[in-house]
Write a protein that binds this ligand. Structure first.
Ligand code: 5GP
Ligand code: ZN
Length: 112
């Protein structure tokens, strides 16, 4: 059994509210939503963070962004933010690559 929380969610060992799934990626609602819409899109392959993206594994990232655009269109999201935190200082708490998709409220820039 993996000790990675998101690998366990992909495997169905930990329940989640699934938004989308295909052979390469999985999307599910964040357990602590920071906006009316807040879901995470993750590769099924374990990649620790953006800093581990390389020529060998980057195709899944392009695919994830296609999936984000597709889900956003299906959900009628006109404005949204895609965020990936890298490292603890930036706020990363789960070390399996994930892209937050947030929508449905005013957002500030720069982020806190
Ligand atoms: P990070 O802090 O690494 O950028 O994002 C991790 C996200 O995963 C957080 O927004 C957190 O709320 C979410 N999260 C942590 N544990 C779980 C869980 O068990 N289920 C779901 N659906 N989300 C989780
Ligand atoms: Zn993992």
């Amino acid at each position: 059994m993996s000790d990675c929380l998101f690998c366990r969610i992909i495997a169905g060992e930990i329940p989640s509210s699934k938004v989308y799934e295909d052979e390469l990626c999985f999307a599910f609602n964040d357990i602590a939503p920071q906006a009316p819409t807040h879901f995470l899109v993750i590769p099924k392959a374990h990649i620790p963070s953006v800093s581990a993206i390389s020529a060998e594994n980057s195709a899944v990232v392009a695919h994830i962004f296609e999936v984000i655009a597709k889900i956003a269109k299906e959900q009628g999201l006109e404005s949204y933010r895609v965020v990936s935190n890298i490292g603890e200082q930036a706020g990363q708490s789960v070390f399996h690559l994930h892209f937050h998709v947030l929508s449905g409220r005013d957002m500030t820039w720069p982020p806190g």
